[in-house]
Design a protein around this ligand. Structure first.
Ligand SMILES: Cc1cc2nc3c(=O)[nH]c(=O)nc-3n(C[C@H](O)[C@H](O)[C@H](O)COP(=O)(O)O)c2cc1C
Length: 326
């Protein structure tokens, strides 16, 4: 029995952010195994979904053991977004999310992603159309504004989105113009939370259990969403959970846990893609802080086969084990 929408937000969820080429089914399961409460797919182009593009359809595939997962879609045409929402709904996600925050110029310039922030009224009308087309709850992930408005639109916008039936909002506390640079200003999430009754998820710069706790304490938000830190340190999910549930600071992952996660990701991505390159942005982070990490990283990054990568890990691990035993 899938959890109700309300239940998903009942216990201050720590959520894996939608991230292109990161938040696939393999990484969602991996993050869930270390404590992620809810995961969002990478954004899926509505045109790809409606044209029946294999890659887009693969992105919305959700196996029974990959729940709860949210599907995020993006596009610039309200009618196409509503149609694609129906397609995504049939894939059985927990709910649907509309990307109104992608700052990448080739997307935002076409009016998709953060492009919607340039016309809040159009964004609200589009969201209303999507909400009316599907039975599943619809949520929006956006930024505080496009930049640099004198008055950020996010507070009024959130209220208007709630009025047309949007059920939750994720606020990435930067402008689109900021991209990923500069500090996220969580005070905007607080201002949003003060004017709506739907769940508000705070996002931006949550990079530790302590930061998750601080973001929730400062904003009063319903949950936190973690992006970049989860790429290199997925254990942030259990660290945040321990901090939120028990005020406990967990010890860092052991060497064995780090190597196990490296192996798991290598095996699974290799099985799916037949190459190891997509694991590299993760492996460097998984081993960060270990003795000899930079030499290990270099060796891994120069090796293109699964067997080779596994052999390098085995060699380092037994060397570390004998070093620890000595
Ligand atoms: C590699 C990468 C891919 C991303 N892809 C998406 C995406 O598909 N959809 C989306 O809404 N945001 C996307 N984002 C933005 C993140 O979801 C998140 O809002 C942002 O990284 C800020 O959170 P953080 O400071 O925890 O990283 C992406 C970010 C990164 C780093």
């Amino acid at each position: 029995m899938p959890a109700s929408f309300e239940a998903l937000f009942a216990n201050r969820p720590v959520i894996l952010a939608p991230m292109e080429d990161v938040s696939d089914a393999i990484y969602r399961r991996l993050c869930r195994s270390v404590g992620a409460d809810l995961c969002v797919t990478e954004f899926v182009n509505v045109e790809g979904l409606l044209r029946g593009c294999r890659k887009a359809h693969h992105k919305i595939l959700i196996e029974p053991d990959d729940q709860p997962t949210v599907i995020q879609i993006y596009g610039s045409d309200p009618e196409r977004l509503a149609e694609a929402a129906e397609v995504a709904e049939a894939a059985g996600p927990s709910f649907l999310d509309i990307n109104c925050g992608c700052w990448v110029p080739k997307i935002a310039r076409r009016g998709a992603g953060a492009g919607w922030l340039k016309n809040p009224t159009a964004m609200v009308e589009m969201a209303k159309m999507v909400v009316e087309r599907v039975a599943l709850p619809v949520t929006v992930k956006t930024r505080i504004g496009f930049g640099a408005e004198t008055e950020m639109p996010i507070v009024d916008l959130a209220r208007r989105l709630e009025d047309v039936g949007v059920r939750a909002i994720t606020v990435h506390c930067r402008t689109a113009n900021m991209g990923h640079s500069g500090a996220a200003d969580w005070s905007w999430a607080k201002r949003v939370r003060e004017v709506v009754s739907m769940p508000v998820i705070v996002n931006g710069d949550i990079d530790s259990g302590e930061a998750a706790q601080r973001a929730l304490a400062e904003t009063g938000c319903t949950g936190v969403m973690v992006g970049r830190r989860a790429i290199e340190h997925p254990w942030i999910f259990r660290e945040a959970r321990a901090m939120l549930d028990r005020g406990e600071e967990l010890a860092p992952p052991t060497l064995e846990e780090r190597f196990d996660l490296c192996r798991r990701l290598l095996h699974e991505r290799w099985a799916l893609r037949g190459r190891v390159s997509s694991t590299r942005r993760h492996l460097g982070g998984f081993i960060k802080g270990l003795t000899g990490a930079s030499a290990l990283r270099l060796e891994l990054f120069q090796c293109d086969t699964l067997e080779g990568n596994l052999a390098i890990l085995d060699r380092y691990q037994s060397a570390a084990d004998s070093f620890a035993a000595a």
